[in-house]
Design a protein around this ligand. Structure first.
Ligand SMILES: [Zn+2]
Length: 205
């Protein structure tokens, strides 16, 4: 499929960008986003297909959470919002390190009340060690990654420790608002049950 044939020249791509819309005013647009999307909980979980149920099950487990909710349309039939309160961030192992930028942006647009980190039983990231991954990458790609990623975030050796590590990492991150509650849950991949392992309620306010 030729997307340029569908959408015309490169100049016309500006039509699909909010900041190029007529009369654009950044604070007004930000307020409109906050109003249109009742997001309050970011859920970080693994990209393992067996873990895909996590946001659905969490919405049934926690009070007042909605996922996937319904898309909201305006009078012209444009998709302008949604009723979901949960926003998924899907990364290897459900590790917090990969979610930081998304949380900062989600908070800017919608305001975030809760961050839920979910690690799951029998995760692929518990099948190797940090050293095993680094050694294999060096042998296969000829490159040293040891200074690129924090080793504690590469593999899971203990599910309580990985959850405690990630909740601490989030709380210490400069891009995470102090006013969020942070939780670490273990998800049983075979029974779809959640267990709260770490609870770090908001600081102050
Ligand atoms: Zn996994």
């Amino acid at each position: 499929m030729d997307l340029n044939a569908l959408y015309g020249t490169d100049d016309e791509f500006e039509r699909f960008v909010y900041s190029h819309s007529p009369g654009y005013d950044e604070p007004t647009v930000r307020a409109a986003f906050t109003h249109a999307v009742p997001l309050k909980t970011i859920v970080i979980f693994c990209y393992d297909a067996r873990a895909a149920e996590i946001p659905f099950v969490l919405a049934k487990t926690l009070p007042d959470e909605v996922y996937p909710g319904e898309v909201v349309y305006d009078e012209a039939g444009m998709k302008v919002g949604s009723t979901a309160t949960i926003m998924p961030v899907v990364v290897a192992g459900g590790r917090a390190v990969d979610a930081l930028r998304s949380i900062t942006i989600g908070n800017h647009l919608f305001g975030v009340t809760n961050i839920v980190v979910v690690h799951h039983t029998f995760c692929g990231t518990s099948s190797f060690t940090p050293h095993g991954l680094l050694d294999a990458f060096k042998a296969e790609q000829g490159k040293d990654l040891s200074g690129v990623y924090e080793q504690e975030s590469l593999a899971i050796g203990n599910l309580r420790e990985s959850l405690e590590h990630d909740v601490k990492l989030l709380r210490a991150s400069v891009g995470i608002p102090r006013s969020v509650n942070i939780y670490g849950y273990l998800f049983d991949i075979n029974t779809d049950e959640f267990r709260l392992v770490v609870s770090d309620p908001k600081v102050g306010r």
